[in-house]
Design a protein around this ligand. Structure first.
Ligand code: PLP
Length: 361
């Protein structure tokens, strides 16, 4: 039976990539040693990390004004590292609160400095992105923080604040990085843990405007928590998570081979439309997100009762559709469909949804 993994993360890895990993796990590049045994100080590993960075730059069209860093500790580590590096002494940052993960980011930032929550959709139970059209950041704010896709709530920014007074815009893109075309230049810092969209856990990609790093430099932070360490030593100050970086290289290569982000953008649009069409044509399934703010990669819905939710998840699993339960904090159903989820998986899910409704609706 073919398994389609709808989990919010870690994500599916294309089978061609896994087969390559399987071979190279025991013998990398005909060296007679496996990839995890390879020293990070070899020419071969330099080749891997350089290639990974080059692939990411190409995929996202990142200019040389930005450094691309690989940092351990996932996105949760960035919740703390970001204010440690970028909060001005005695200063404050502005955060938009769009759900579970932005709340976590706010909690960590408050340990380092002051936080103004300038917009929140908490009152709307996070079923929308707050309206930021008329908002302007205070000119002395250290930075503005947004969470571009809300993995648990199923909402997504489809346009971004345009800031014209020089305050840096920072985005947690853990669950929509490389799933759609974005203008990197709109942001001053982008971070994303890699296990959600791209594959291996244990790593974040941090894309940071080089001139922002000057601010960090003056702070005398612990070496491993200082962005400049990663920028100036090309993420190789100490032993980086070599296997995760290697796997990221292969997945980014796979993305390039598929035709890059433009192609992913189109396929992801189609995939989400297929599901939302099914949800909207039914009174059995309920998606409660305001339609302009719906996520294209994490689609949440509920059935009429909790018991039906559970039955849905169990029966889906029996035909190979796994990982469909909503986050433990909210329940319900969540279908996560990043780049590596093929259209075939989404069509199988939708067929199942129509059938389940016929049987139980
Ligand atoms: C999962 C997630 C995180 C946390 O990522 P970790 O790598 O587990 O720390 C942060 N932000 C968003 C949007 C997420 O989906």
């Amino acid at each position: 039976m073919k398994i389609f993994n709808f989990s919010a993360g870690p994500t599916m890895i294309p089978s061609s990539v896994m087969e390559k990993v399987q071979k190279e796990f025991t013998n990398y590049n005909s060296m007679g040693i496996g990839i995890t045994e390879l020293s990070h100080r070899t020419i071969e590993f330099s080749g891997i990390i350089d290639k990974t960075e080059a692939n990411i730059r190409k995929l996202m069209d990142i200019s040389d004004d930005y450094a691309v860093c690989f940092i351990q500790g996932g996105a949760s580590m960035q919740f703390a590292m970001l204010p440690m590096n970028l909060m001005n002494p005695g200063g404050f940052a502005e955060y938009m609160d769009t759900g579970y993960w932005s709340e976590k980011a706010i909690v960590e930032a408050k340990k380092i400095g002051n936080v103004n929550v300038v917009a929140s959709s908490k009152d709307a139970l996070y079923a929308r992105i707050p309206n930021f059209r008329k908002w302007k950041p205070a000119s002395d704010a250290s930075y503005v923080h947004i969470t571009t896709n809300n993995t648990i709530e199923g909402t997504q920014y489809h346009s971004y604040p345009e800031i014209d007074n020089g305050v840096p815009l920072v985005a947690d893109m853990s669950t929509d990085i490389m799933t759609k075309k974005i203008e990197v230049n709109l942001f001053d810092l982008i971070y994303a843990s890699t296990q959600k969209v791209l594959g291996p856990a244990g790593l974040s990609i941090v894309i940071i405007k080089r001139n922002l790093a000057d601010r960090a430099e003056k702070k005398n932070l612990p070496t491993m928590l200082d962005y400049t360490t990663y920028i100036y030593e090309k993420s190789m100050h100490n032993t980086p998570p070599t296997f995760s970086i290697y796997l990221l290289m292969l997945v980014s290569e796979w993305l390039l081979k598929q035709g890059g982000i433009d192609v992913m953008d189109k396929i992801n649009t189609v995939k989400s439309e297929v599901i939302y069409e099914c949800l909207d044509s039914s009174s059995f399934y309920n998606n409660f997100i305001e339609s302009p703010h719906r996520s294209r990669v994490n689609i949440v819905f509920r059935l009429p009762t909790k018991e039906l939710d559970e039955m849905f998840i169990d029966e889906a699993e029996k035909i190979g559709l796994i990982g469909l339960s909503g986050h433990r904090s909210v329940g319900g159903i969540r279908a996560s469909m990043y780049n590596t989820m093929p259209l075939e998986g989404v069509e199988t899910l939708v067929d199942f949804m129509y059938e389940f409704e016929k049987k139980h609706g």
